[in-house]
Design a protein around this ligand. Structure first.
Ligand code: ZN
Length: 338
């Protein structure tokens, strides 16, 4: 990406092992993230550009001398940051704060390409005991980010059988938030979104109610559904100040707002009113690596199909058009087959 609206597909040198902790992965499936749309809309022009993509699965081609447990030919998925798997934060399940971790893209390889040098491969990659079935690969790819991010939102909120849930946002993360809340036992799940095809999928994922209205009108409708109180938990899956305002508007007194939308705001109105209602604000970037082991078996046995969030598939050459389609809301989430 060379600036807002400026995505180019270019040939670069093949990645090679640089550190003994590296692996090289040939990308089988990748995708464009809703969070890639923020720089797509606002990145200042750059001469060097920035490599893109932080969600991918593929086949191991080579491993450094210190990478144990992986060999050429293994099918693996990478979470959206890399991490060593051994530091104190990693052991606490917060791989996004890894002391030796980092993010894909920029000057390093991104997932939107043919191959990636994976730093800290042993701590980062997860082997996928699966064949290359198309639908299964799409669902497994969501372990990189959106499924784990939706699950993180629900987990941090404390969603369970006795909590009502509002999910704000009908993008891929919001829909995965619905799926995660259902999976954790929630019976009442209100999805706030106004793209009918997306909220229809949300209903299939477990949403019991859909509210298309936004702002104060939307808040009132959620409150009407819940006896005037709002829901115990709110998963904020957009990242705008309008979304966080709605979240605080629909949360029940004593409830939890869990935010996983990449925050585009600098202030949250945690004022005296919110204080008096005992509202908790939690959430943040999802340590996807911590959740893959728990969620993968349910994809493999077919009990969840998060890959249904992909509604378009393109090749590498079509990636600039894929960004455009997502930015113009013509596609929910674009799958890339290099
Ligand atoms: Zn670490």
């Amino acid at each position: 990406m060379y600036g807002a609206g400026d995505v180019r597909v270019q040939d670069v040198p093949d990645p090679v092992l640089r550190e003994p902790t590296d692996a090289i992965v040939r990308v089988l499936r990748s995708c464009i993230c809703g969070s890639d749309l923020w720089p797509y809309q606002s990145m200042p022009p750059s001469e060097r550009g920035r490599r893109m993509g932080h969600e991918f699965l593929g086949v191991v081609e080579d491993t450094g001398a210190e990478v144990a447990g992986f060999s050429a030919g293994d099918l693996v998925v990478a979470p959206f940051v890399w991490s060593d798997g051994t530091c104190d934060f990693c052991r606490e399940g917060l791989q996004t704060s890894c002391r030796h971790g980092g993010q894909w893209g920029g000057e390093l390889d991104g997932g939107q390409g043919e191959a990636v040098r994976v730093p800290q491969a042993q701590g980062t990659l997860v082997k996928l005991p699966a064949g290359q079935d198309e639908a299964l690969l799409a669902s497994l790819l969501t372990l990189s980010d959106v499924l784990c991010t939706g699950h993180h939102a629900a987990t941090k909120a404390g969603v369970g059988a006795h909590t009502t849930v509002t999910v704000i946002g009908d993008g891929a993360v919001g829909l995965c938030g619905v799926l995660a809340a259902r999976r954790l036992g929630a019976e009442r799940i209100v999805l706030m979104g106004h793209h009918k095809d997306r909220t229809d999928l949300g209903r299939e994922f477990g949403a019991t109610d859909v509210i298309a209205e936004r702002g104060d009108e939307g808040i009132e409708l959620v409150r009407d559904l819940t006896g005037g109180d709002g829901t115990h938990t709110v998963l904020e899956c957009v990242g705008t100040s309008a979304a966080i305002d709605m979240a605080l508007g629909v949360v029940r007194d004593g409830g939890v707002v869990s935010r996983v939308g990449a925050a585009q705001y600098t202030e949250v109105p945690m004022d005296f009113g919110t204080f008096f209602r005992n509202v908790t604000l939690t959430g943040g970037v999802a340590p996807a690596r911590a959740y893959i082991g728990e969620l993968m078996p349910e994809i493999l046995d077919g009990s969840i199909q998060p890959g249904r969030v992909f509604d378009a598939t393109i090749g590498l050459e079509e990636v600039p058009g894929g960004y455009r389609a997502m930015a113009e809301r013509q596609a929910l989430k674009v799958l890339i087959r290099p």
